[in-house]
Design a protein around this ligand. Structure first.
Ligand code: SF4
Length: 245
């Protein structure tokens, strides 16, 4: 059944987001599990913050489903990490796939769509598969943090989120890492021995599809190196550019 805020008359999203500002990650996740159970799911591209959420949830025995967007264009190191994480945590990470393979997309739109029109490429390979997944959820748990970029600086801990503008569909977006720093995340990952993407040790900050991820300089922002050469900092899954293609 689609999510509707009217089914939760006791929930004031803004007030709850304010409460979460000073709550621990564990308390936020327990609240979410008790209220929504498996209707809340962790979406991860295996960046550091997502790994901390999964680690905390597993340690607390909270059985949130975990999913990722497999664009078919991820680094070999990312696919290898997915398998390592499944073994480490004893979980299955569901992979959401685009309708077209990379080859089929090239037949429809021309080769290397990420070079000619990365917005359409992201819509096909990320936004639409994610919309399909979110349609069956009440809560999307993300690893978005405020200090990742200017565009993410106003991220709230809990938001009512329109994930499908065409159909005016909403769900709750939980951003329990919003207030965390990069340093705190990596302290946690190293301390708890959580597997992470080997590309981080080679200087990559934010890791996405291989055609759109480049090495960033040490003084650059956390999302530097993504979509180099384009005025683009988001793939659309956190902004939803209206995937009406
Ligand atoms: S990040 Fe690049 S390759 Fe991946 S879906 Fe977006 S445009 Fe395509």
């Amino acid at each position: 059944m689609p999510f509707s805020l009217s089914d939760h008359p006791d929930l004031d999203v803004r007030a709850q987001a304010a409460v979460f500002e000073t709550a621990s990650l564990a308390d936020v996740l327990v609240w979410t599990w008790e209220k929504f159970g498996v209707r809340a799911a962790i979406g991860t591209s295996f960046q550091g913050s997502g790994l901390v959420i999964i680690d905390q949830a597993v340690k607390l025995g909270l059985g949130f489903p975990v999913f990722t967007l497999d664009t078919g264009l991820l680094f070999p190191e990312t696919y290898e990490l997915k398998s390592r994480l499944e073994r480490h945590f004893g979980i299955v990470i569901e992979a959401m796939h685009p309708e077209q393979t990379v080859e089929e997309q090239a037949g429809t739109y021309g080769p290397e769509l990420w070079r000619s029109n990365p917005d359409t490429c992201c819509a096909m390979r990320k936004v639409l598969p994610l919309q399909k997944k979110l349609a069956g959820l009440d809560v999307w748990i993300t690893g978005v943090r405020r200090n990742q970029s200017d565009g993410r600086a106003t991220t709230q801990m809990l938001e009512l989120y329109e994930f499908d503008k065409l159909r005016a569909r909403h769900l709750l977006k939980l951003n329990p890492m919003a207030t965390w720093s990069r340093e705190a995340i990596w302290d946690h990952i190293k301390r708890e021995g959580i597997p992470y993407n080997a590309l981080h040790d080679r200087g990559y900050h934010s890791i996405g599809c291989w055609p759109c991820t480049k090495l960033a300089g040490s003084g650059e922002g956390e999302r530097a190196g993504r979509w180099e050469g384009f005025d683009k900092t988001e793939c659309g899954i956190h902004t939803f550019m209206g995937a009406n293609i």
